[in-house]
Design a protein around this ligand. Structure first.
Ligand code: ZN
Length: 368
């Protein structure tokens, strides 16, 4: 089956603190510049059609990469990453009095990672640090020791599609305001930058210019291979918390874990089809309350499936990550789709499930 636009996840996953009213559609399409539903669908169709019409070839006949991704067989492994530290809604207009929630969420997630001996990287948005004052800095401390490490997720979480190169450089450098001195004080350095919305450059020229800025400052681009749309489930979970509906909160958590299980398997299959082997997976999550609540169970899914937890550095040492995907898009698909496009391999995106519709609609419920 050809790749269907409605099934190809073009979407990035982060909340947009600069355009809070754009909500979910803005996140799913990855663009605020196509306001009408028809135009938005059209853009997605054009991108997906271009993917579907790409020349098909067997991996053996694909363009050679710098290193052959499958030269070293590996057992399943995964690097866990969290975006939007110190707390995913800190600084948003609708988020008030979140200090307690931010503290609890960080403590729960860090404790669960410790129980599973799982390394993790936390990508920090400096504007969210500032929104929490001294508490924001305090919450980052556990992420700067032991198996946990800090990464840069920019100052203001702006969409790079809307930035020129100098503006992007500013976002990167100002993103280091708190975390730069923190890592240097303990003899570490900032190794990874994750683009907000996974928008790594919407043209070849801009992607290369952004990459040059990151190289100058010693960064690698943080890849991501598993997307569970956790922000959608978190929106529903937040509503259940605010309304005190414990039964609904439990249902939402079960639905989230079911969907995560399906997506972990889907992306493992996709990457195996494209690369011909099991490259280390990289799980993209956010520092929010649903993840705080389910983290033990989520890590348990990986453990029971035989995954080994590795650092992002170890994951991206695999040859599959030796160079950034060349595929240019204004959207933020996972690396499996980008690798498929680079290698001219047709993939069946219709196999990827969408999050349940009731989760999406419940998460849009008006605040109580
Ligand atoms: Zn983000």
């Amino acid at each position: 089956m050809l790749l269907q636009p409605s099934h190809f996840k073009l979407a990035p996953i982060c909340r947009d603190i600069t355009k809070p009213v754009k909500s979910i559609d803005r996140k799913r399409t990855g663009t605020a510049k196509v306001p009408q539903p028809f135009l938005r669908r059209l853009v997605r169709w054009v991108i997906a059609s271009a993917m579907a019409l790409a020349p098909v070839s067997h991996p053996a006949g694909a363009q050679p990469l710098r290193q052959e991704p499958c030269s070293t067989p590996s057992a399943p492994s995964v690097a866990i990453t969290f975006d939007d530290l110190p707390y995913s809604i800190a600084g948003d207009p609708e988020a008030r009095n979140v200090l307690h929630a931010a503290g609890d969420a960080n403590a729960s997630i860090v404790a669960a990672l410790d129980r599973y001996h799982a390394p993790a990287t936390g990508f920090v948005v400096e504007r969210r640090v500032k929104a929490l004052g001294q508490m924001g800095v305090t919450l980052l401390a556990p992420w700067n020791q032991g198996r946990l490490e800090l990464g840069n997720h920019s100052f203001g979480h702006k969409d790079s599609n809307d930035l020129n190169v100098e503006e992007f450089r500013h976002e990167v450098m100002e993103g280091e305001a708190t975390i730069g001195p923190m890592v240097r004080n303990v003899g570490r350095s900032l190794s990874f930058f994750r683009f907000p919305y996974n928008h790594v450059g919407d043209t070849a020229d801009r992607r290369e210019a952004f990459e040059a800025v990151l190289r100058e400052r010693g960064y690698r681009i943080a890849a991501s291979t598993i997307d569970t749309s956790d922000y959608l489930f978190d929106a529903a979970h937040e509503h259940a918390l605010k309304t005190g509906d414990e039964d609904m909160r439990h249902r939402i958590e079960i639905a989230y874990l079911d969907y995560s299980r399906a997506e972990i398997a889907y992306y493992a299959d996709l990457n195996r089809q494209v690369l011909g082997c099991d490259a280390p997976a990289i799980m993209l999550l956010h520092l929010n309350r649903i993840n705080a609540s389910v983290m033990d169970r989520l890590l348990g899914i990986f453990q029971r499936s035989g995954y080994r937890f590795v650092s992002l550095d170890e994951a991206q040492a695999h040859p599959a990550y030796a160079s950034s995907p060349r595929f240019t898009t204004r959207f933020g698909p996972m690396w499996g789709y980008r690798w498929a496009r680079d290698r001219g391999i047709k993939v069946d995106g219709s196999r990827e499930q969408e999050p349940p519709a009731w989760i999406v609609s419940y998460g849009k419920s008006p605040a109580p």
